[in-house]
Write a protein that binds this ligand. Structure first.
Ligand code: SAM
Length: 169
Protein backbone atom coordinates (compact mmCIF):
# COMPACT_ATOMS: atom_id res chain seq x y z
CA UNK A 1 0.00 0.00 0.00
CA UNK A 2 1.38 3.41 -0.96
CA UNK A 3 -0.07 6.73 -0.06
CA UNK A 4 -0.01 10.41 0.66
CA UNK A 5 -2.09 11.51 3.61
CA UNK A 6 -2.90 14.80 5.22
CA UNK A 7 -5.23 15.66 8.02
CA UNK A 8 -7.31 12.57 7.33
CA UNK A 9 -4.59 10.51 8.94
CA UNK A 10 -6.24 10.05 12.34
CA UNK A 11 -9.32 8.19 11.24
CA UNK A 12 -7.61 6.46 8.32
CA UNK A 13 -4.94 4.55 10.24
CA UNK A 14 -7.27 1.81 11.56
CA UNK A 15 -8.84 1.50 8.11
CA UNK A 16 -5.43 1.20 6.45
CA UNK A 17 -4.53 -1.52 8.90
CA UNK A 18 -7.80 -3.32 8.26
CA UNK A 19 -7.52 -3.42 4.46
CA UNK A 20 -3.80 -4.28 4.32
CA UNK A 21 -3.25 -8.00 3.88
CA UNK A 22 -1.34 -9.92 6.53
CA UNK A 23 2.35 -9.85 5.51
CA UNK A 24 1.86 -6.62 3.57
CA UNK A 25 3.53 -3.24 4.00
CA UNK A 26 2.45 0.38 4.06
CA UNK A 27 4.83 2.89 2.45
CA UNK A 28 3.94 6.33 3.70
CA UNK A 29 5.34 9.55 2.20
CA UNK A 30 5.89 12.02 4.99
CA UNK A 31 7.57 15.34 5.56
CA UNK A 32 10.28 15.28 8.22
CA UNK A 33 8.20 17.75 10.25
CA UNK A 34 5.31 15.27 10.50
CA UNK A 35 7.56 12.39 11.57
CA UNK A 36 7.39 12.87 15.35
CA UNK A 37 3.61 13.18 15.27
CA UNK A 38 2.95 10.27 12.93
CA UNK A 39 5.30 7.57 14.23
CA UNK A 40 3.45 6.87 17.49
CA UNK A 41 0.07 6.94 15.75
CA UNK A 42 1.11 4.30 13.24
CA UNK A 43 3.06 2.29 15.81
CA UNK A 44 -0.17 1.68 17.66
CA UNK A 45 -1.26 -0.54 14.74
CA UNK A 46 1.70 -1.39 12.51
CA UNK A 47 5.29 -2.46 13.14
CA UNK A 48 7.65 0.32 12.10
CA UNK A 49 10.33 -1.22 9.93
CA UNK A 50 12.43 1.66 8.64
CA UNK A 51 12.63 4.70 6.46
CA UNK A 52 13.62 5.50 2.89
CA UNK A 53 14.89 8.84 1.69
CA UNK A 54 13.78 10.23 -1.63
CA UNK A 55 16.65 12.51 -2.60
CA UNK A 56 15.17 14.97 -5.07
CA UNK A 57 18.22 17.17 -5.58
CA UNK A 58 15.99 20.21 -6.08
CA UNK A 59 15.00 21.71 -2.74
CA UNK A 60 11.73 23.19 -1.58
CA UNK A 61 12.09 26.74 -0.42
CA UNK A 62 12.67 26.90 3.31
CA UNK A 63 13.71 29.62 5.69
CA UNK A 64 17.04 28.09 6.64
CA UNK A 65 17.11 24.38 5.85
CA UNK A 66 15.89 23.72 2.36
CA UNK A 67 14.54 20.20 2.23
CA UNK A 68 15.84 18.44 -0.86
CA UNK A 69 14.42 15.11 0.25
CA UNK A 70 11.23 13.45 1.38
CA UNK A 71 11.00 10.54 3.73
CA UNK A 72 9.04 7.37 3.14
CA UNK A 73 8.13 5.45 6.28
CA UNK A 74 7.72 1.68 6.08
CA UNK A 75 5.16 -0.01 8.30
CA UNK A 76 4.59 -3.75 8.24
CA UNK A 77 1.69 -6.01 9.13
CA UNK A 78 3.09 -9.47 9.90
CA UNK A 79 6.36 -10.42 8.20
CA UNK A 80 6.37 -9.12 4.62
CA UNK A 81 8.90 -10.49 2.13
CA UNK A 82 11.40 -8.17 0.45
CA UNK A 83 12.36 -9.18 -3.05
CA UNK A 84 15.56 -7.23 -3.71
CA UNK A 85 18.43 -5.54 -1.85
CA UNK A 86 18.65 -1.81 -2.47
CA UNK A 87 20.13 1.32 -0.88
CA UNK A 88 17.59 3.18 1.20
CA UNK A 89 18.46 6.57 -0.32
CA UNK A 90 16.67 6.74 -3.64
CA UNK A 91 18.00 9.44 -5.92
CA UNK A 92 15.29 10.10 -8.46
CA UNK A 93 14.70 13.43 -10.22
CA UNK A 94 11.28 15.01 -10.24
CA UNK A 95 9.34 14.56 -13.46
CA UNK A 96 9.13 17.49 -15.86
CA UNK A 97 5.52 16.77 -16.71
CA UNK A 98 3.55 17.57 -13.56
CA UNK A 99 -0.19 17.18 -13.12
CA UNK A 100 -0.70 17.54 -9.36
CA UNK A 101 1.06 19.05 -6.41
CA UNK A 102 3.33 16.54 -4.68
CA UNK A 103 3.39 14.22 -7.67
CA UNK A 104 5.75 11.30 -7.18
CA UNK A 105 7.92 10.19 -10.10
CA UNK A 106 6.96 6.85 -11.63
CA UNK A 107 10.61 5.77 -11.34
CA UNK A 108 10.56 6.34 -7.59
CA UNK A 109 7.49 4.16 -7.19
CA UNK A 110 9.11 1.48 -9.32
CA UNK A 111 12.19 1.45 -7.08
CA UNK A 112 9.92 0.74 -4.11
CA UNK A 113 7.82 -1.85 -5.92
CA UNK A 114 10.93 -3.79 -6.92
CA UNK A 115 11.75 -4.43 -3.27
CA UNK A 116 8.28 -4.60 -1.78
CA UNK A 117 6.30 -6.58 -4.36
CA UNK A 118 6.39 -9.34 -6.96
CA UNK A 119 4.42 -9.67 -10.19
CA UNK A 120 0.64 -9.81 -9.76
CA UNK A 121 0.71 -8.49 -6.20
CA UNK A 122 -2.01 -5.93 -5.43
CA UNK A 123 -1.03 -2.33 -4.58
CA UNK A 124 -3.51 0.16 -3.15
CA UNK A 125 -3.00 3.92 -3.44
CA UNK A 126 -5.90 5.63 -1.66
CA UNK A 127 -4.78 9.14 -2.75
CA UNK A 128 -3.83 8.59 -6.36
CA UNK A 129 -3.46 12.18 -7.65
CA UNK A 130 -1.78 11.88 -11.04
CA UNK A 131 -1.79 8.08 -10.85
CA UNK A 132 1.98 7.53 -10.72
CA UNK A 133 1.46 4.41 -8.62
CA UNK A 134 -0.94 2.99 -11.22
CA UNK A 135 1.45 3.75 -14.08
CA UNK A 136 4.37 2.10 -12.24
CA UNK A 137 2.23 -0.95 -11.39
CA UNK A 138 0.99 -1.33 -14.94
CA UNK A 139 4.52 -1.12 -16.32
CA UNK A 140 5.69 -3.72 -13.80
CA UNK A 141 2.74 -6.12 -14.01
CA UNK A 142 1.41 -5.43 -10.54
CA UNK A 143 -2.33 -5.21 -10.00
CA UNK A 144 -3.51 -1.94 -8.49
CA UNK A 145 -6.46 -0.16 -6.91
CA UNK A 146 -6.48 3.64 -6.99
CA UNK A 147 -8.81 6.03 -5.18
CA UNK A 148 -9.05 9.64 -6.35
CA UNK A 149 -11.76 12.07 -5.34
CA UNK A 150 -11.12 14.77 -7.96
CA UNK A 151 -12.72 13.96 -11.36
CA UNK A 152 -10.15 16.12 -13.15
CA UNK A 153 -7.35 13.96 -11.76
CA UNK A 154 -9.30 10.79 -12.55
CA UNK A 155 -9.24 11.78 -16.22
CA UNK A 156 -5.49 12.43 -16.02
CA UNK A 157 -5.01 9.00 -14.46
CA UNK A 158 -7.07 7.38 -17.20
CA UNK A 159 -5.00 9.08 -19.91
CA UNK A 160 -1.70 8.20 -18.27
CA UNK A 161 -2.73 4.56 -17.88
CA UNK A 162 -3.81 4.40 -21.53
CA UNK A 163 -0.44 5.80 -22.54
CA UNK A 164 1.32 2.87 -20.85
CA UNK A 165 -0.12 0.52 -23.48
CA UNK A 166 1.08 2.85 -26.23
CA UNK A 167 4.61 2.73 -24.85
CA UNK A 168 4.65 -1.05 -24.68
CA UNK A 169 3.20 -1.85 -28.11
C1 SAM B 1 -0.80 14.80 -2.92
S1 SAM B 1 -1.94 14.16 -4.03
C2 SAM B 1 -1.26 12.60 -4.41
C3 SAM B 1 -0.21 12.69 -5.45
C4 SAM B 1 0.20 11.31 -5.92
N1 SAM B 1 1.02 10.62 -4.94
C5 SAM B 1 0.94 11.40 -7.24
O1 SAM B 1 2.06 10.89 -7.36
O2 SAM B 1 0.40 12.01 -8.17
C6 SAM B 1 -3.26 13.70 -2.98
C7 SAM B 1 -4.52 13.32 -3.76
O3 SAM B 1 -5.47 12.79 -2.87
C8 SAM B 1 -6.75 13.13 -3.35
N2 SAM B 1 -7.70 12.96 -2.25
C9 SAM B 1 -7.88 13.75 -1.17
N3 SAM B 1 -8.86 13.25 -0.38
C10 SAM B 1 -9.28 12.11 -0.96
C11 SAM B 1 -10.27 11.14 -0.62
N4 SAM B 1 -11.00 11.25 0.49
N5 SAM B 1 -10.46 10.09 -1.44
C12 SAM B 1 -9.71 9.97 -2.58
N6 SAM B 1 -8.77 10.87 -2.96
C13 SAM B 1 -8.57 11.92 -2.16
C14 SAM B 1 -6.57 14.57 -3.84
O4 SAM B 1 -7.57 14.93 -4.78
C15 SAM B 1 -5.17 14.51 -4.44
O5 SAM B 1 -5.22 14.28 -5.82
Amino acid sequence: MLGDLGNSIYYLIPEMFRVLKLHGSLYLFSSCKKLAEWLPLFNAYFRYSGMLIWYKKISHSGRYWRYNYEIILIFDKGQPKRYKKKDAVLEVPREKERYVLNQKPVQLIKEILEVATKENDIVLDPFAGSGSVGVACKEMNRRFILFEINPKYCKIIENRLNDVNKTIF
